[in-house]
Design a protein around this ligand. Structure first.
Ligand SMILES: C[S@@+](CC[C@H](N)C(=O)[O-])C[C@H]1O[C@@H](n2cnc3c(N)ncnc32)[C@H](O)[C@@H]1O
Length: 344
């Protein structure tokens, strides 16, 4: 069985030499250090035919075993499907992604990160899960005062980098290699669930919101960011506007489902949901939405980056802060309430 070797990852911090190298160089050092133990590529290959998404990867691979917090038993073998994509373990994509984030081409550092941090409660003493934690930046921020943080991610490369950057956090921070859909935790055992830019890779959001509602302690908090529905709808293009300005094109907003997005040299699967679907899924699982943010570039970013003004023309990120208050809706859910009906 493949497992996650924490000690190898921790010791690689020395090899990686955080101070000396740029992020892509550090990623390469993690690779070269032999911490990555994929015997075969688990990146999978995505194909599209007759408008239907398929997957021609037959590769399966084993995951870390079941823990109190960890993968459910049914998840021991995980071939890549639309909901079990692991594109971040493709070496070329991983390097390109780190460069993309380092250059802040997607405005995550300028917009999404401050917005999600601004919604965090006082995390002192809290038990926290970060779903799709990537290289663990948010985990470490929270782990400096929280009681316990578990970062969950399916990417071995991401977790190797996360571990290499997490020395000093051993007491409070652990990483688990697991698909979000298959991670589980005891009921009522968590005070805060965060997820930054990962849930648009997840096909079954209802399943995940239901689990989170179960894990959270009374009045627990769930904060997440995703690509904004106006952004995920497609075709992800700016178009010429009548007055020579550019306008963001939104097509097929009501047509929910998977989108094949050519990004950083790969076809990446992302899931488009309407705002109503996201909101109703939260309400259905007993969350009260306490804040909703569509961040914009601030004055400093506008002054420093010529591309920032255009970025402010449409929301790229949707960030929500919710509290678990239990099932409160009166009556049964009707077909008109169903995700994607748009009738809410
Ligand atoms: C865009 S990155 C964001 C990483 C980090 N949260 C951040 O904000 O920097 C998305 C992360 O989600 C992970 N991910 C995507 N789909 C996942 C899934 N179904 N289960 C677990 N992790 C997933 C990827 O491996 C990747 O590390």
């Amino acid at each position: 069985m493949r497992g996650w070797d924490k000690s190898a990852a921790r010791s690689s911090a020395l090899l990686v030499g955080e101070k000396a190298c740029s992020l892509p160089e550090r990623a390469k050092a993690v690779e070269d250090s032999g911490m990555l133990r994929c015997e075969k590529s688990n990146a999978g290959r995505v194909c599209q035919s007759n408008g239907l998404l398929g997957n021609n990867s037959k590769d399966g691979f084993m995951w870390a075993g079941s823990h109190e917090y960890g993968a459910t038993d049914s998840a021991q073998t995980c071939p890549e499907t639309t909901s079990r994509q692991n594109v971040f373990d493709d070496a070329g994509f991983f390097r390109a992604y780190l460069e993309f984030r380092e250059a802040d081409e997607g405005f995550n550092t300028a917009m999404e990160e401050p917005a999600i941090s601004g919604l965090l409660p006082d995390v002192a003493g809290l038990r926290v899960i970060d779903l799709g934690c990537g290289r663990g930046k948010l985990c470490r921020r929270i782990a400096s005062t929280a009681a316990q943080v578990i970062g969950v991610d399916c990417s071995e490369r991401m977790l190797a980098l996360a571990e290499s950057e997490s020395s000093g956090f051993e007491k409070t921070l652990q990483y688990r290699r697991c698909f979000i859909e298959e991670f589980d935790a005891p009921d009522g055992s968590i005070d805060l669930v965060v997820s930054s830019m990962a849930l648009h890779y997840v096909e079954n959001i209802e399943l995940v919101f239901g689990k989170i509602a179960r894990w959270l302690s009374p009045r627990g908090v769930f904060i997440f960011s995703v690509e904004h529905p106006i952004f995920t709808a497609g075709p992800r293009e700016w178009m010429a506007h009548s007055d020579c300005r550019k306008a963001w094109a939104v097509a097929d907003y009501s047509q929910e489902g998977v989108r094949v997005v050519p990004w950083l040299g790969r076809n990446v699967l992302k899931h488009h949901r309407t705002f109503a679907t996201i909101l109703n899924a939260l309400l259905h699982h007993g969350f009260a939405v306490s804040r909703c943010v569509e961040p914009r570039c601030d004055e400093m970013t506008l002054a420093a980056r010529p591309d920032a003004a255009l970025e402010n023309q449409r929301p790229a990120f949707l960030i929500m802060q919710c509290r678990a208050i239990g099932k409160w809706r009166v009556g049964k859910r009707t077909s008109e309430d169903a995700p994607g009906s748009g009738n809410e």
